[in-house]
Design a protein around this ligand. Structure first.
Ligand code: C2E
Ligand code: MG
Ligand code: MG
Ligand code: MG
Length: 285
């Protein structure tokens, strides 16, 4: 390497750092403003039953288009919100939006399926979590039966009695409970049975190469078998093609979520999709 080259590398590295810290600063300011002004929306992704082809649920995924930063992915701003504590007011906004979404679906004539909400471990661990959720449901004139809570393995890895009793209480309130991104944490199913779970969502990283890699296929097969023995349903996440659908069907997977059926959609497009789906399958959701 020439000296010249080295200097370029150095200055490039320096620029990177500068833009990184600038971005964090901008993110912080913009996120605070966005929370104040409630600049978030939800996109909804259908979950399809393998056997009946019915839409059996919807997952709500937060979306944010910042005036200054443009579209920011939830993977980025949720992580930042968790580090900065902004996740608490943000989570409350997301719950409110999910309630509004439910009412819009009812108004459009589709009252049947629960909306799944992703709950951050930081929010879940708050002392006031259950109370804040109940308050939001009441304020929005709706009940837990209409919703499902998605928590990651990481959130429930904490064996504290408090974690278990929170999950039991959520269940008693009427929420369905699912474990998101299953397989990416270090928990085992034998560990998870102590929780009152309804659904396991197998992470996309297992589904992605399920048709070409035997080890992924074996793992998914084993997860489905074990979950069923424990009366837990299984959702495959990130399904993108018909080969994956067919393989998952042959393994007895219950539900499928992924671009193959639909990307997450804004409410108006979701209503069109549901309508199209009902006509296509001549059934109800
Ligand atoms: P997640 O909960 O596992 O959500 C699934 C993610 O996979 C979503 O990304 C979805 O758009 C994407 N996806 C679905 N099907 C496919 C597919 O077939 N192929 C591919 N490549 N991707 C697919 P998204 O919306 O960008 O969200 C990423 C993560 O951010 C979520 O993972 C979740 O951990 C977090 N997140 C999103 N919305 C919320 C929210 O409202 N609250 C909280 N706490 N976290 C959220
Ligand atoms: Mg999720
Ligand atoms: Mg997931
Ligand atoms: Mg994921």
């Amino acid at each position: 390497f020439s000296k010249e080259n080295g200097r370029n590398c150095f200055s490039f590295y320096f620029e990177e750092l500068k833009t990184d810290s600038n971005r964090v600063l901008a993110l912080d300011g913009e996120l605070r403003k966005a929370i104040e002004n409630r600049e978030f929306t939800l996109a909804f992704q259908p979950k399809i039953c393998v056997e009946t082809q019915n839409i059996i649920g919807l997952e709500a995924l937060v979306r944010w288009k910042s005036e200054k930063l443009g579209f920011v992915s939830p993977a980025e701003f949720i992580e930042y919100a968790e580090e900065s504590g902004l996740i608490i007011p943000l989570s409350e906004i997301i719950f409110e939006l999910a309630c509004e979404g439910y009412h819009k679906l009812v108004a459009a004539g589709y009252p049947k399926v629960p909306i799944a909400i992703n709950v951050s471990s930081i929010h879940f661990q708050q002392q006031s979590f259950l109370e804040s959720v109940q308050t939001i449901l009441e304020r929005n004139n709706t009940s837990a039966q209409n919703f499902e809570i998605e928590v990651t393995e990481r959130t429930v890895m904490n064996t504290a009695q408090e974690t278990i009793s929170k999950l039991v209480k959520l269940k008693q309130l009427g929420f369905k409970l699912s474990i998101d991104d299953f397989g990416t944490g270090y928990s085992s199913l034998s560990y998870l049975v102590r929780f009152p779970l309804d659904v396991l969502k197998i992470d996309r990283s297992f589904i992605q190469h399920i048709c070409s890699l035997d080890d992924k296929q074996a793992i998914v097969d084993a997860i489905i078998q074990m979950a069923h023995r424990l009366q837990i349903k299984v959702v495959a996440e990130g399904v993108e093609n018909v080969q994956q659908v067919e393989l998952l069907r042959s393994m007895g997977c219950d539900f499928i979520q992924g671009y193959y059926y639909s990307k997450p959609l804004p409410m108006d497009e979701l209503i069109d999709f549901i309508h199209f789906w009902e006509v296509e399958h001549q059934g109800r959701i």
